[in-house]
Design a protein around this ligand. Structure first.
Ligand SMILES: NC(=O)c1ccc[n+]([C@@H]2O[C@H](COP(=O)([O-])OP(=O)(O)OC[C@H]3O[C@@H](n4cnc5c(N)ncnc54)[C@H](O)[C@@H]3O)[C@@H](O)[C@H]2O)c1
Ligand SMILES: N[C@@H](CCC=O)C(=O)O
Length: 547
């Protein structure tokens, strides 16, 4: 018999995780260095699949290389084969009833504990794994693996508490209406990207918080940090089978999972290309499913900074550098196209931009003053340098950067391209590297430039407007309403904070279900209305039936 719940519990007050500075001489810098040194001594690590809480070593091995030192690797992991994927799905479905039936306060407590493990006991270990494996520097690892992951978990609990409290506002006399937020009938498939450790954790935790079971395929390039998250969930008390960790060959694993009759939702973050492919695969299987699957996907971007002639130049330049080059431009939100009025461009903007970019240091995490690290791997390096080449062939002028060095790690110099063609290839397609293209517009063409920004790409993720003139901000707000799901004024287009700027974009950038908000939880529940009557009928007829 289920345990009784004898009170309506309230979750503790939630705040954003305070960010640590890692300034020279700080305690946190010492602790992070120690965690990095410890990790370096144990390389390469071995990562199994985990099904029903048990490690599975399939013997089908793959490597997660070190982006700063590609001759070596961070981890060797066991790829899920067909039998492992099947066991993961069967095990998840078997774990479902107990997990769904667990009182909400206990599910909440498990994820609040996971948040504390991330922010405390495992903070530096998780950051070290993210720095070595995914090529982040200390600050980028802090905002991702420590702060954002903790925030996703804590705010997730708060949002579910709020969701569950939403009840029908009216009850007719003699009755009580209630709303129950059922977990989906089946299992959720989570497919996560390499670039944010936090996103891997969130893609599992969001559906699991509302009682779903999850089969999780992490990115091959983030396997080890994601494995640590799995272990944290386990230590926090997520029961065996509720989240199944199955790294593996992406296309094969996805094909097997998506064709299963109990597949009920996809929780995806990654490229637009892969999401569209998975969407088509779901469509092709539509007659096999017990329920219509929910498809939640946050995907690529081609994000802009629009500078108005009234902008404060220094702020716009410095925000541009952060937005474009932090984490090597490998954020879905990263700045990629920059629009500057000619009066500012030739009166300081260009010079300040190039002076500041020239100062950016590129290299591995071990040198703390490096602002830019390696890109994630060989395909990324080739793709980004390929785009620089295409820009040159299309008549673009490389103002700075434009070169790469892949002799030891995958490094690309921060690159600024000037184009006279606002629809040239690097203004349109996602590059996902430290490259921006600038288009200089005539000051009087502000209105026309808004139209241009809105119609240049198929994406709609993030964008920023730099202006001190309120009318210019308003004009842009109205005209660019659908050009970005996250818009910023006088602030870079990256760095959304959970609980502050719910994140996601529409058009080709995703289903815009807003990670880090209550909205996303609606996608993983299937509500049931309950009406209870307290007054028994004496007669079936209505007064209108009487003579
Ligand atoms: N909008 C957002 O919130 C957001 C956040 C992070 C990253 N992104 C986007 O993610 C991309 C970068 O991440 P990535 O390189 O990991 O993306 P990706 O699309 O290459 O991979 C994402 C996930 O899909 C898997 N995958 C790849 N091919 C597959 C296939 N054929 N079938 C099934 N699964 C497959 C990968 O193994 C990985 O787990 C960029 O486009 C970026 O804009 C978007
Ligand atoms: N939410 C992050 C981006 C996540 C995608 O890579 C930001 O706002 O910079």
């Amino acid at each position: 018999m289920a345990a009784p719940t004898l009170a309506t519990f309230k979750v503790p007050e939630i705040h954003n995780e305070p960010m640590r500075s890692y300034a020279p001489g700080s305690e946190e810098r010492k602790a992070l260095k120690a965690a990095i040194a410890e990790l370096e001594q144990t390389l390469p690590l071995e990562v199994p699949c985990i099904v029903n809480g048990k490690p599975i070593k399939t013997g089908k091995l793959a490597k997660q290389p070190l982006p700063h030192d590609h001759a070596n690797h961070l981890a060797t992991y066991h790829e899920a084969d067909e039998a492992t994927v099947k066991a993961a799905i069967d095990g998840a479905l078997a774990a479902k009833a107990d997990w769904e039936a667990m009182p909400w306060s206990d599910r909440a407590a498990i994820f609040l504990k996971a948040a504390d493990l991330v922010s405390g006991k495992y903070r530096y270990k998780l950051m070290a794994a993210t720095m070595l494996g995914q090529g982040k520097n200390a600050w980028q690892a802090e905002i991702d693996a420590a702060a954002e992951l903790t925030d996703f978990l804590r705010f997730g609990v708060k949002y579910v508490e709020e969701l569950y409290s939403i009840q029908p506002p009216r009850n007719s006399a003699g009755s009580w209406n209630r709303m129950e937020y059922r977990a989906l009938e089946g299992f959720v498939f989570a497919v996560s990207p390499f670039n944010f450790t936090a996103i891997g954790g969130n893609l599992c935790a969001t559906p699991a918080l509302v009682g779903n079971v999850v089969v999780w395929k992490p990115s091959p390039a983030a396997t080890y940090s994601n494995y640590l998250i799995y272990k944290i969930f386990e230590e926090a008390g997520v029961p065996a089978g509720v989240i199944q960790f199955i790294p593996g060959p992406p296309a094969e694993v996805a094909a097997q999972v998506i064709s299963h009759p109990s597949f009920v939702a996809l929780h995806f973050t990654g490229s637009t290309f892969v999401f569209k492919k998975l969407w088509r695969d779901v469509g092709a299987n539509i007659d096999n499913y017990k329920s219509y699957p929910r498809l939640v996907g946050e995907t690529g971007g081609k994000n802009f900074h629009l500078v108005h002639k009234s902008a404060e130049v220094k702020n716009a330049v410095l925000q541009t550098i952060r937005g474009a080059f932090e984490y090597q431009g490998q954020k879905c939100s990263a700045l990629s196209r920059l629009y500057v009025p000619s009066s500012l461009w030739s009166n300081g903007f260009k010079d300040q931009l190039l002076t500041e970019v020239a100062k950016l240091k590129v290299g591995p995490y071990a040198e703390w003053t490096n602002f830019i690290g390696p890109v994630i791997g060989r395909p990324a390096f080739d793709k980004i340098t390929g785009y620089i080449q295409k820009a040159k062939e299309a008549g673009g002028e490389i103002l700075i950067g434009g070169t790469g060095d892949d002799s030891k790690g995958y490094y690309i110099q921060p690159t600024v391209i000037l184009t006279k063609d606002p629809k040239s290839v690097t203004m349109v397609e996602e590059i996902f590297g430290p490259v921006i293209t600038v288009f200089v517009y005539e000051d009087d063409d502000y209105e026309k430039t808004l139209e241009l920004i809105d119609t240049t790409t198929s994406y709609g993720l993030t964008g920023s407007i730099f202006a001190t003139d309120r009318k210019a901000l308003l004009q842009a707000t109205n005209k660019l309403r659908n050009a970005a799901g996250n818009v910023y004024y006088n602030e870079k287009c990256t760095g959304a904070v959970v609980g502050q700027q719910p994140f996601g974009g529409a058009r080709g950038s995703g289903t815009n279900d807003k990670a880090g908000s209550m909205a996303i939880f609606y996608r993983f529940v299937s509500a049931r209305s309950i009406k209870e009557n307290f007054v028994s009928l004496e007669d079936y007829s209505y007064p209108s039936n009487l003579q």
